[in-house]
Design a protein around this ligand. Sequence first.
Ligand SMILES: *Cc1c(COP(=O)(O)O)cnc(C)c1O
Ligand code: SF4
Length: 349
Amino acid sequence: MNAIRPIRTPVELSEAGLVGPEERAGIEAVAERYAVAISPAMARLIDRNDPNDPIARQFVPDAAELTILPEERADPIGDLPHSPVEGIVHRYPDRVLLKAVHVCPVYCRFCFRREMVGPQGLGTLSPDAMDRAFAYIAGHPEIWEVILTGGDPLVLAPRRLAEIMERLAAIDHVKIVRFHTRVPVVEPERIDDALIAALTASGKTAYVALHANHPRELTDDARTACARLVDSGIVMISQSVLLKGVNDDPDTLAALMRAFVETRVKPYYLHHPDLAPGTSHFRLTIEEGRALVAGLRGRISGLCQPTYILDIPGGHGKAVIGPDAIRGTEGCYSVSDYRGREHAYPPEK
Ligand SMILES: *Cc1c(COP(=O)(O)O)cnc(C)c1O
Ligand code: SF4
């Protein structure tokens, strides 16, 4: 239980009591296709007595991943058509993704980039590819924000991160550097002075978007790691995936959003699950998602409200798909309050 290394193989999953003998064959087949890793902090968090444990469901492979539906695709959000040079995805004019690394400290079973991440994935950008990526950013003055994602950029050594930040510091038109990461939750011990110094050294405004999906992930250690980041001047926002069997009920979602706010992480996006291969057991319908999101309004503070997002398959970008509060046309709208009651706008005299 006090493992210090991540669990990575079917044998280690069995030894850790996370898969039974009857499941082994299915898990072996899954592990041949998709990367597996459960960090020590997450392995400790799993309740082995709960067959529906929401932490296990996110990280322990399941034979259901072998079921691939026709609508599922290897590149569900269309990164490839928008990649002008290796490591860069430029979909919106003012911001790019910089994917410096394709490994993660955990592998989420619902990962939208599951065909690209992992030890057999796209790996780390070579020094030459890195040079080309920075040249691309420097050559496009419309790029205001660089979003480091992957993979998980905070697995890079502080020395490597500092180098990336220094290179971005030299590009005047880049004002914001954003990191998308799970590290403060799944490997909180990594958030140390060296890492924080690397993230803040450039003088650019730094944002960290924390990926977490269940309130239990916000452990004391995770909250301490976030406090270090926020105290250093970094702004934190959240991103979560709405997942069947993990957080698809009103109490869990409310508790998750409150846990973020308590930790000084502003809820940002709640993603509808992408059409990644072998993930249909995690998907709920858009209607179910909208009902859950509508239920958060009024029930919990406005600070706790995330924006419900669908990444349109094929690379068309993100759309806000939350419930519509208002219907009708100018002069005669009907607007629903947080209890679901309808009101005319403008009101009848
Ligand atoms: C999601 C995404 C972004 C970030 O979108 P925001 O709405 O700014 O959070 C930027 N570029 C690409 C290619 C993306 O997929
Ligand atoms: S941390 Fe992100 S990129 Fe890595 S496996 Fe999870 S969802 Fe995929």
